[in-house]
Ligand binder design. Sequence first.
Ligand SMILES: [Zn+2]
Length: 196
Amino acid sequence: MADDAYIEYMTRQVDQFREQGRWVLGPDVSFMVRGARFDEDGIYLDYDVEPGPGKRGLVDLPDRRVLMELLARTYHVRSKWADRETGRDRRLPPESWDELVMRHFPVYRCGLAVGAGWGDLLMATADWIGEVDPYYPGFVDVKDKMGGLELAGPVSDVDIVDDIIASAEQLSEFICEVCGKPGWNRDGRTVCRDHE
Ligand SMILES: [Zn+2]
């Protein structure tokens, strides 16, 4: 039987995903979160988003479906760390998170000069790219520029890879660099309320 604490954890993730997705998409895009399911590997969010390119002001953003799928995958990665007994969120070890990510995802061929809070996003990004383009040569520069993630690497022959990369860069502006909770870019640093 499913653990109550984990169900509560999942419910919190659903609410958080709904709110964060709304921040990312803006108020005019149709976006509905139905719920989530889980297995031994973590949680999977169930949602619908109106297709089409995202837009913020005059800036073109990646396809909304890719954007939200990457966000959902980031929640899935984070849920692997959650404590099943207590339903408590856990973080990547701040002192060694980058070694861990690089060991599991050789697509990062350089140091990860960003905060630990983006670790789940980086793992979800690498995981998805690995699925669609297993021969992608990898990133040569990963850095934080004014509170936004920048991933530098060759252009892939697989179209969706560009959108995945652009989505990771876009989503980073809504994920606290320190702890991975929903955040905002404030004066060139993306942080949650606790890390302002
Ligand atoms: Zn934070």
